[in-house]
Design a protein around this ligand. Structure first.
Ligand code: PLP
Length: 300
């Protein structure tokens, strides 16, 4: 467990482009609940306890990092956990869901159409709603945003660019609000999803968080590799080369795509000479076993 580790990423390519690249190891901030999912749960778990709740309920796909994190948090906080999972129950559970059950999470599998309407899903299942703390899919709410501010406030020196992968946008919202419109500091998000709705959505998240508007951030939509959880050979080759050179494992859904994007933008001269760039390793490594099982050990 390393709360404040930052690794320098040094290659001839980066040197030749006259920028500095660093990586904040949020993947190491908690022994089981890796990365931003720990930041997002932190104040929510405290709230659940303070409100006297006995259960945590949340939603996710079968490989969800958030479901894995909620399941792990249960025994640590003496809360029972319930996961509402998109799709049919498979004959053999994947490693993410096996882990969740082992932590005591009760899994409810619901059809994709029921899953789409979370309120209906909650009503259809027999759940202890009155004593449950309900976390949204992906874990993003105001307390999650507050928790993600620590990604910035835990740093001991400033950077010119802060790069982070985006799914629901809660993590980047926390980072941007923590930087507080410091125009010398830019936050660059890399969307793990196809479609550019996130730019608007993150602005909305920040407005509902504190009513303020921020200028020093944007989301790049060029590195989703076909959409959420899609991959290409090029992405996998990049991730393998990065791991062998830096001894840092990336995940193919979020951090692999972001790092590919950062290297590509460095080569294109996106960052000015001398720029000090910090990439956030948001974790997600629990999903690797399931990815390898599905696609045939692509990651070496
Ligand atoms: C969930 C997740 C993200 C995206 O976080 P959001 O707050 O949903 O934008 C990024 N990286 C990893 C590894 C994640 O698990």
């Amino acid at each position: 467990m390393e709360k404040n580790r930052i690794d320098r990423i040094e290659t001839d390519f980066i040197k030749a482009n006259q920028v500095e690249l660093w990586m904040k190891r949020e993947d190491l901030v908690h022994p089981i609940i890796a990365g931003n999912k720990w930041r997002k749960l932190f104040y929510n778990l405290a709230a659940a306890k303070a409100e006297g709740k006995t259960h945590l309920i949340s939603f996710g796909g079968a490989y969800s990092n958030h479901i894995h994190a909620v399941a792990a948090a249960g025994p640590l906080y003496q809360l029972k956990t319930i996961g509402i999972i998109r799709g049919e129950r498979p004959a053999v559970l994947n490693p993410t869901l096996q882990f969740a059950e082992k932590q005591g999470m009760l899994l409810h599998f619901v059809s994709r159409s029921v899953y789409r309407n979370k309120t209906t899903a909650l009503e259809q299942l027999d759940l202890p709603l009155a004593t449950s703390y309900i976390l949204p899919e992906g874990g993003t709410n105001n307390l999650a945003i507050k928790g993600c501010q620590a990604i910035i406030t835990s740093l001991t020196k400033p950077f010119d660019y802060y790069c982070v992968s985006c799914g629901t946008g809660g993590t980047i919202a926390g980072m941007v609000t923590a930087l507080d419109n410091d125009s010398a500091r830019q936050v660059l998000g890399f969307s793990a999803l196809k479609g550019d709705f996130l730019q608007k959505e993150v602005a909305t998240l920040m407005t509902s968080f504190n009513g303020r508007k921020y200028e020093n951030w944007k989301i790049n939509f060029d590195y989703h590799f076909g959409g959420y959880a899609k991959h290409t050979t090029e992405l996998i080759e990049f991730m393998n080369a990065f791991k062998h050179r830096q001894s840092i494992t990336l995940d193919p859904i979020y951090t692999g795509k972001m790092m590919y994007g950062i290297f590509d933008l460095i080569g294109k001269g996106y960052f000015p000479k001398g720029a000090n760039i910090l990439a956030i390793h948001t974790g997600g490594l629990q999903g690797l076993a399931g990815f390898q099982a599905r696609f045939g050990a692509l990651l070496t």
